[in-house]
Design a protein around this ligand. Structure first.
Ligand code: GDG
Length: 485
């Protein structure tokens, strides 16, 4: 790549109306079914304005420096880069999935750290930076997503990119005592501090970040804030009323033989608390509560990261548990748990949600959890279901009218299932309306605008190179939910 032309491209006029340039490990190409929260959210957020979305192509290449593959869909352009086999293995299957993911979900016990994988992570980020710098125009605003790409702003600054650069962490930010289990924790915090704006899902995540910076004596060059991610509420509600959803709802209801439905929809991931949820459902079956035996629990769990041993373990554990619970409690005409390792189109999921009197969202740790929000948006206003929600999902900070539970307390979850099953219509409607008002007040469009307006409220670093301290601008303090350092 030509450094001169890159420098020129980032030193032009610093106008405020450029493209949004999204960067994430994977992109959601048009027409692809996505089962990850990040892709679903970004695809919904990028509805207006010209934008470029850059990410890994999904391909391994022996010569990873081939020109980027580009394509266009309406105002959205995609740029895809290939990655070399060794680096990809160490960066993605190693450092991202077996170090950062468990660590940021408070699972130090599952962290498998190797220094050479950390180095591959940094190399891949430099590769992303080179690919991106070649695509950037002077007035672009760069928005980088998630833990795979934390070092990217620092790499871009090293290439003298002067554009505004923001970062959003989709997963939880752990407290300093957890974070410092990572040998390179200071380097990681220093990389986050390079962003003009670092965004987190919740106030608690933001506090953890700031606390860690203070503890390590690291000065941030930019600002930080809490930007809880939302969903496209009206789109999910419309999907739930579509013909495809109605058919799915109808067929599912017809299969229940008069029983009611509890539903869980989660990527098969140990952070989602599925074994605990299965056990809590068994506790409910054995509780003697009036609703015990009257509910069928459908768990949709599309497999993810299938090569990672911890994911294979949780899958085996769930198969054992489902077999055990059904073996003990099933009747000839009824199976208590329907456990489905498959993914479905979003309108079908919305129909399933609408068929369910109870939504079970009980992760042990979750950045936000979009399924909790999708379950609510899919409900019928006349007869809404009840959300049982873990206090350890970021969504619990906003969704106080759900039945909030500690997923480790199996008896409490079993009691919440019974309370949800017996909740009078009026109370269900009151809770649901309060929750929907909250979802509508912060949908995915609002989330994206709020982040980008905050990022753009500061002058860009035209010219690149020098990293300066960004001082709060005149409008910045007025933006709700963002606190400035
Ligand atoms: C990360 C953070 C944060 C699920 N099964 C199917 C399917 N899905 C969709 C859901 C939802 C998305 O995948 C999952 O989003 P979550 O938020 O629940 O979880 P993560 O994938 O872990 O996402 C999370 C999120 O990023 C956004 O910031 O909330 O905390 O971990 O949209 O509906 N979609 C389809 N078929 C399925 O079977 N089509």
């Amino acid at each position: 790549m030509n450094i001169d032309s890159r420098s020129r491209s980032t030193r032009g006029d610093c106008a405020d109306t450029g493209r949004i340039v999204l960067v994430s490990n994977r992109v959601a190409l048009p027409g692809e079914t996505q089962t990850g929260g990040l892709a679903v959210a970004l695809a919904a957020a990028m509805d207006d304005g010209p934008a470029l979305w850059l990410g890994w192509s999904g391909r391994i290449a022996s010569d990873a420096r081939l020109p980027l593959e580009t394509m266009r869909a309406g105002r959205l352009e995609y740029a895809l880069l290939d990655l070399p086999a060794d680096d990809f293995e160490a960066y993605y299957h190693g450092f991202a999935n077996r170090v950062l993911w468990p660590l940021f979900h408070y699972r130090i016990d599952l962290v498998d750290y190797h220094r050479e994988q950390h180095e591959a992570w940094l190399r891949v980020n430099r590769r992303f930076a080179e690919a991106l710098a070649g695509q950037l125009r002077a007035d672009d605003t760069v928005w980088i997503h998630d833990y795979h790409l934390i070092p990217l702003a620092r790499c871009l600054r090293e290439l003298r990119v002067g554009n505004r650069i923001g970062f959003f962490l989709h997963i939880p930010m752990p407290p300093p005592d957890v974070l410092c289990a990572l040998p390179a924790h200071r380097d990681l915090l220093g990389a986050l501090a390079c962003y003009d704006l670092a965004g987190f899902q919740t106030r608690a995540d933001l506090d953890n970040y700031r606390h860690a910076l203070r503890q390590q004596g690291i000065a941030s060059h930019g600002r930080s804030g809490a930007f809880p991610i939302g969903i496209d509420v009206e789109a999910v509600a419309a999907q739930a009323r579509s013909g495809e959803a109605e058919r799915a709802e109808h067929e599912l209801r017809a299969s229940l033989s008069g029983r009611r439905l509890a539903i869980g929809v989660d990527r098969l991931d140990y952070s989602k608390g599925l074994p605990e949820r299965f056990r809590a459902f068994e506790r409910h079956l054995e509780s003697g509560a009036s609703s015990a035996g009257q509910l069928t629990y459908l768990q949709i769990a599309p497999p993810s990261r299938t090569r990672v041993p911890e994911y294979q373990d949780v899958r085996r554990e769930l198969e054992g548990l489902a077999g055990h619970i059904n073996g003990r409690h099933a009747k000839p005409e009824w199976t208590p748990i329907r456990y489905v390792n498959d993914s479905f189109p979003q309108p079908v999921l919305a129909g399933f949600h609408r068929a369910a009197a109870i939504g079970l969202v009980t992760p042990l740790r979750d950045g936000m959890n979009l399924v909790a929000k999708e379950y609510l948006a899919a409900q019928s206003p006349r007869d809404p279901g009840v959300l049982v929600l873990s206090r350890f999902a970021g969504a619990a900070e906003e969704l106080a009218e759900a039945l909030i539970v500690n997923p480790h307390d199996l008896d409490a979850v079993a009691e919440a299932i019974d309370a949800a099953a017996g909740m009078p219509l009026r109370e269900r409607q009151d809770r649901w309306q309060a929750l929907m008002a909250r979802l509508r007040g912060n949908d995915v469009g609002h989330w994206a605008r709020h982040f980008l307006d905050t990022l753009r409220a500061e002058p860009p670093r035209c010219g690149g190179g020098a990293i300066t301290t960004a001082l709060p601008g005149p409008h910045a303090g007025a933006l709700a939910g963002v606190s400035l350092r």
